[in-house]
Design a protein around this ligand. Structure first.
Ligand SMILES: *Cc1c(COP(=O)(O)O)cnc(C)c1O
Length: 395
C-alpha cells in the first residue's frame, strides 16, 4: 500500500482525505451505538438524535431547514433521485433540460432517459465553459419537467449562475435541480434565499467518508422517492440509515462551515501560486475554463503536444496524484466531454490535466509539484517529436 505521507495529493475533486475530527465522531456509531434509529427504546433513540444533529449541521452549512435534508448513499443517487422524482410528478411533463458538461451521474442518466423516449435538451457552453443561458431559457417548454444544471464543474471548476437559472425556472414554473457536489464546502451557499428546488451533495468531496450524500429538497417542492420501503427520511428515502456515515457527513459539514472563508483563501493562494508558475514557466501551457468564475481550488491546464495519460503515469511514479480529465474516464482514450463542449481542440484536450487542491495540502506540496510537473512535461516533450504539433496548436 502507498502511504499518504509519501504522496502529493492534488486530486481533491476526485475525493478528499477524511478529516480526523470526522473519523473520531463517526467511530462510536460503528462500535458502541449500533441501535436502529427507528427502534422505540432509548438505545435506538440516541442514534436517532445523532442523525438529527447531523441534519442540523448540514442544514447550517446550506442555510436551509433540517427538514429539507434527505440523506442518500452518494451524490450519484441524489442526482438520479431528483430527476426521477420530477418525471414521476406529471406524465404530461417528461422533458429534461441539462448541460453538455455535467458529471456522468447526470449525463449518463439523461442519455438513458433520452434512449427510453424522454425528450432531453442539452445546453451548450462557450470556449471558457460558461453556460448559454439564453439557450437554456429558450429550451423550456410546457412539457419541461426539470432543469438540472451543476453548480461547479468538476473538471474545470467553472461556476454556473445557478441562482439566476433557478429564478428563470421559477418564472416558467419548472423544477430546478443543481448538482452542487463540487461547490458544497468550497463556496458559501444559502438556500433559504434561493428558489432552487433541489440540490445534491456528497460527503467524500468535503472531507467526509465515501458512500454517503444528501439531497436538499425545498419544503415547498413536491417529491416522489426512488427507493421504496420503510418510512425513513420522512418517507423520502427508504432503507435503514447509514448511521456512522450520516454522523460523519454532519461533522464534515460543521468543519466545512467553520473553515470555509479561511480555507477558501488559503487554498486559492496555493492554487494560484501553482497555476501562475506553470503558465509562466512551462511553454505552451493553457488554462481551461473561465479564470474568474471558478472554484478556488481547481486548475485545469493543457500542455500542448503532451499526452496527459503518459504524464499521469510519470507523475504517479513520483507519487504526485492529479487527474487527466475526469477520474471516471481514466483508461479510456476518449477526450473529456467537458473540454469537447468548450471546443478545446483535440491536441489541447489530449494534453489536459486537472490539479485540485484542498484542506490538507501545504505550501510544500506546491513547491514539490512545481519541481515535478514541469520536469515531467519537459521530459515528455523531449521524448516525442511534437514540436510541429505544438506550433500548429499555438497558431
Ligand atoms: C463526485 C461527483 C459526483 C458523484 O458523487 P458520488 O458521491 O461519488 O456518487 C457527481 N457530480 C459531481 C460534480 C462530482 O464531482
Amino acid at each position: 500500500m502507498i502511504s499518504n505521507e509519501q504522496i502529493i495529493y492534488l486530486d481533491n475533486n476526485a475525493t478528499t482525505q477524511l478529516d480526523p475530527a470526522v473519523l473520531e465522531e463517526m467511530l462510536p456509531f460503528l462500535t458502541q451505538y449500533y441501535g436502529n434509529p427507528s427502534s422505540g427504546y432509548g438505545f435506538g433513540a440516541q442514534v436517532r438524535q445523532a442523525i438529527n444533529l447531523a441534519r442540523e449541521r448540514l442544514a447550517a452549512l446550506l442555510g436551509c431547514e433540517p427538514g429539507e435534508i434527505v440523506f442518500t448513499s452518494c451524490g450519484t443517487e441524489s442526482n438520479n433521485a431528483a430527476i426521477n422524482s420530477a418525471l414521476q410528478l406529471d406524465p404530461g411533463r417528461q422533458h429534461v433540460i441539462t448541460t453538455a458538461v455535467e458529471h456522468s451521474a447526470t449525463w449518463r442518466h439523461c442519455d438513458l432517459l433520452s434512449k427510453k423516449g424522454n425528450p432531453v435538451t442539452v445546453v451548450g457552453v462557450d470556449g471558457e465553459g460558461n453556460l448559454d443561458l439564453e439557450g437554456l431559457e429558450r429550451a423550456i417548454t410546457p412539457q419541461t419537467a426539470i432543469i438540472s444544471v451543476m453548480w461547479a464543474n468538476n473538471e474545470t471548476g467553472v461556476l454556473f449562475p445557478v441562482e439566476k437559472i433557478a429564478e428563470i425556472a421559477r418564472r416558467k414554473r419548472v423544477l430546478f435541480h443543481t448538482d452542487a457536489i463540487q461547490s458544497v464546502g468550497k463556496i458559501p451557499i444559502r438556500l433559504a434565499d434561493s428558489t432552487i428546488n433541489s440540490l445534491s451533495l456528497s460527503a467524500h468531496k468535503l472531507h467526509g467518508p465515501k458512500g454517503v450524500g444528501a439531497l436538499y429538497l425545498n419544503k415547498r417542492s413536491a417529491f416522489k422517492p426512488t427507493l421504496i420501503g420503510g418510512s425513513q427520511e420522512n418517507n423520502r428515502r427508504a432503507g435503514t440509515e447509514n448511521v456512522a456515515s450520516i454522523v460523519a457527513l454532519g461533522k464534515a459539514a460543521e468543519c466545512a462551515a467553520a473553515a470555509l472563508a479561511e480555507e477558501a483563501t488559503r487554498v486559492r493562494a496555493m492554487r494560484d501560486r501553482f497555476e501562475a508558475a506553470m503558465l509562466a514557466g512551462v511553454p505552451d501551457t493553457f488554462l481551461n475554463g473561465d479564470p474568474a468564475a471558478r472554484l478556488p481550488n481547481t486548475s485545469n491546464l493543457s500542455f500542448a503536444g503532451v499526452d496527459s495519460g503518459a504524464a499521469l503515469l510519470m507523475l504517479d511514479r513520483q507519487q504526485l496524484c492529479c487527474s487527466a480529465g475526469s477520474a471516471c474516464r481514466t483508461g479510456s482514450i476518449e477526450s473529456s466531454h467537458v473540454l469537447r463542449a468548450m471546443k478545446v481542440n483535440d491536441e489541447r484536450a489530449r494534453g489536459s490535466m486537472r490539479f485540485s487542491f484542498g484542506r490538507f495540502n501545504t505550501e510544500r506540496d506546491v513547491d514539490l509539484a512545481l519541481e515535478i510537473v514541469p520536469a515531467v512535461i519537459a521530459r515528455l516533450r523531449e521524448l516525442s517529436p511534437a514540436k510541429t504539433v505544438r506550433e500548429t496548436v499555438v497558431a
